[in-house]
Design a protein around this ligand. Structure first.
Ligand code: TA6
Length: 306
């Protein structure tokens, strides 16, 4: 697809490609009911997800550096081929920094409903430079769909295209916009084990209540079987996170002290965000040559009942 300005009328949704202020193609997805999402080819990153009344649901820092090749603080960065820092690979991997391409005719993805809403298919392939950092040949297909119910659905498919087996970890590092962090409660992680990033990744067990926030949190909940709910009391709004192929859930808020140490994050912006990531971290995925892996997350937003 020519990324200059293409306008494609879909049966029940619209896809529009233009360029951002840095000349990087970005894709506007419009659902039939008027919700929207923006996906940048820089990182294959969802940068915006808005309700039909135009309310932004994802947080982006006012200090975010939008220029490639750095990562953009906000939206949904793709962490691949690793979450966190290990070896010589950059933190959270290189996928979020690369320029992806639009793929017009990707191989069919089983279990997805392409008839509903607006859809874009992106592709990232390993380059010679990537191979110096991570010597594995892969194809990463990312499908972003805003469906007829205004759900945002991200499906990632990673293929080992040749060579030897490789392993990777992965996260949809999702920055939710919240009214105030003190008004937020997270349900669905009760009684699970987590690796505490604030205690040298010590393995602890959640006490069984819904999560609320009074200080910094940086946890990887492992083996989370069901959906996760993020309730915003002030906004009377709930985000529902459903996931497949993604057993782990990251919960992160830097709070005041760490916020001041992050250059592309405002000192007080921790009050307006909560990162809750569908991920695969504790037991990395291993792919033999010719094998593929799929990880899907579906994000819905709805009024809180009661
Ligand atoms: O758990 C989330 C986390 O790994 C935190 O430790 C925090 O640093 C965050 O990701 C953001 O990482 P980034 O590389 O985008 O600064």
């Amino acid at each position: 697809m020519d990324p200059s300005t293409t306008n494609v009328n879909r049966p029940r949704g619209l896809v529009d490609v233009s360029k951002d202020e840095n000349g990087v193609p970005r894709v506007l997805l419009l659902s039939p009911r008027g919700a929207s999402a923006i996906v940048s080819l820089h990182g294959g990153q969802v940068r915006s997800w808005k309700t039909e009344s135009g309310e932004e649901l994802l947080f982006t820092s006012s200090k975010a550096n939008l220029k490639p090749p750095g990562g953009v603080r906000g939206g949904i960065p793709i962490c691949f081929p690793q979450f966190g820092s290990r070896g010589c690979l950059e933190k959270h991997g290189f996928a979020r920094n690369r320029i992806w391409v639009i793929e017009d005719n990707p191989p069919p993805l089983q279990g997805t409903d392409s008839s509903s809403g607006a859809v874009i298919n992106l592709l990232l392939k390993s380059t010679d430079d990537d191979m110096k950092l991570w010597p594995h040949s892969f194809e990463f297909r990312l499908r972003v769909q805003l469906n007829a119910d205004n759900h945002l659905i991200l499906t990632s498919r990673v293929w080992n295209v040749n060579g030897k087996p490789f392993s990777f970890s992965f996260a949809y590092h999702t920055y939710f916009s919240v009214s105030h962090i003190s008004e937020v409660r997270v349900e669905g992680l009760e009684t699970l084990d987590y690796l505490d990033g604030l205690r040298n990744k010590e393995r602890l067990t959640d006490q069984g209540d819904a999560l609320t926030f009074e200080s910094a949190m940086d946890r990887v909940y492992v083996g989370c079987p069901g959906p996760v709910g993020v309730f915003d009391h002030e906004k009377k709004r709930t985000f529902l996170i459903k996931k497949e192929g993604l057993p782990d859930v990251v919960v992160w808020n830097p709070w005041d002290k760490k916020s001041k140490a992050i250059p592309d994050f405002g000192d007080n912006e921790y009050k307006q965000m909560l990162a809750v990531d569908a991920a695969v971290i504790e037991n990395p995925v291993t792919l033999k040559p010719g094998e593929g892996w799929t990880g899907r997350v579906e994000l819905a937003v709805m009024p809180t009942l009661g």
